[in-house]
Design a protein around this ligand. Structure first.
Ligand code: SF4
Length: 411
């Protein structure tokens, strides 16, 4: 069966706005125009000069709204601090209160509003922590929260209960117990370093941490979750890349939400990681007025491939307290997935997931392509809305030769 194409399908013609979104541009210097290159390109200078106060926000962002001003004042007293690197700050359009970069990092008063279904630990990580800072949710892998610091703070952060507490430690106080737990559990073959942001450690500390993990014989695979290449591309130095390449197989998951974040500096930083043999994936969070349209998300995923990064997950925004103003609906997410699948390179299509509230883990969410399943046939539709019938059914299984059975019997 092959029906006529759906009228929903349209040939894609890039608009001027789409082409602009996909264009790589340098970050510019904004309020730091007089800063010498040697400072600007130094990641420690970037960290020292982050925007962290209401006064700085007011000075650098003359269009600061009353809601943002109130949010920034409260951020100084509440759980998630205000911090924005100069590099990332220059990507904000100061004339646009709905600027997608601004919405991610400038606090708003709405963060103090809590919907009844919102939580401080929406993924139930604390209830799956055998040792503080270690989350053992899935059978063969652990999430290792190695620091509470980030270069900038995302206003929708799932771990806002943990990050930015400025506790002043480098490794977690329970570091030795965390390593001992991993060493004592041979079923753990995969460690994801996150936080906070592991790439905020200096090279020596990070090398020590990776060396300790690589010394555990059953650890096959290391991953680092980081937003540093996006917030602080200056940190991705040739020395860091040379150090990281000793620890393969090593994957790095970056976190990018909007194509404007992919500047020439970010593209080059990601290229350095890729040149070091590191597999790069991207995780995006679906955010209202940030990336909740097919056009923006298509530009983002295509631009990520140009940066040698495979789009990996698109997350429905977790039910973190005070994030309702940033959330987009599941219907929007499905519309975006529908616009991606088949319409662009398969490698560019991330898996859309909802982290089940309370600790159920990631659940894939997809548009419905299987229309019906009946004995002997499956009815499917393609990305154009055309309907096809696939004859279904198992063939009789082939018995194993006796020799194989003997060896299994001995086991
Ligand atoms: S970089 Fe990650 S851990 Fe840090 S604030 Fe953003 S989402 Fe949270």
């Amino acid at each position: 069966m092959d029906s006529a194409p759906s009228t929903a399908h349209r040939a894609f013609t890039p608009s001027e706005a789409f082409t602009a979104l996909k264009t790589f541009r340098p970050s510019g210097r904004g309020p730091w125009a007089g800063v010498p290159d040697s400072d600007w390109n130094d990641w420690r200078w970037q960290l020292r000069n982050r925007v962290t106060t209401v006064e700085q926000l007011t000075r650098f962002l003359p269009t600061l709204t009353p809601e943002e001003r109130a949010g920034a004042i409260l951020a100084g007293q509440s759980k998630l601090a205000l911090a924005i690197t100069p590099h990332f700050f220059t990507l904000i359009d100061p004339t646009d209160p709905l600027c997608p970069i601004r919405r991610q990092v400038v606090p708003r008063l709405e963060e103090t509003h809590q919907a009844p279904w919102e939580m401080s630990d929406p993924c139930g990580e604390d209830s799956h922590s055998p040792v503080p800072g270690l989350v053992h949710r899935y059978p063969d892998r652990v999430l290792f929260l190695v620091t509470d610091r980030c270069a900038s703070y995302c206003r929708y952060c799932t771990r806002s209960r943990l990050v930015s507490n400025a506790s002043g430690y480098d490794f977690h106080p329970e570091f030795d117990r965390q390593i001992a737990y991993i060493a004592d559990h041979p079923e753990i073959r995969d460690v994801l370093l996150s936080g906070g942001d592991p790439l905020l450690f200096n090279d020596e500390k990070l090398e020590y941490l990776l060396t300790r993990l690589r010394a555990i014989p059953h650890i096959e695979f290391l991953r680092i979750g980081t937003r540093i290449p996006i917030f602080l591309p200056q940190r991705i130095t040739p020395e860091l890349c040379a150090m990281l390449r000793q620890f393969h197989p090593l994957f790095v998951s970056v976190h990018t939400n909007h194509p404007t974040e992919l500047t020439t500096e970010v593209r080059d930083a990601l290229g350095r990681l890729a040149d070091a043999g590191i597999q790069l994936g991207n995780q995006s969070v679906l955010l209202g007025h940030v990336n909740d349209t097919p056009e923006i998300m298509t530009a983002l995923v295509q631009k990520l491939l140009l940066c040698r990064v495979r789009p990996y997950y698109l997350y429905q925004c977790d039910l973190i307290s005070g994030s309702a103003h940033l959330r987009a609906s599941v219907a929007r997410g499905l519309e975006i997935m529908e616009a991606l699948r088949g319409h662009t390179t398969g490698y560019a299509v991330p898996q859309y997931v909802i982290d089940a509230p309370g600790g159920g883990g990631k659940v894939p969410v997809n548009p419905d392509y299987v229309l019906a399943r009946q004995p002997g046939r499956v009815l499917i539709r393609n990305f154009e809305g055309r309907i096809f019938e696939y004859p279904d059914g198992d063939h009789p299984r082939i018995a194993k030769p006796d020799t194989h059975r003997v060896s299994f019997d001995r086991d």
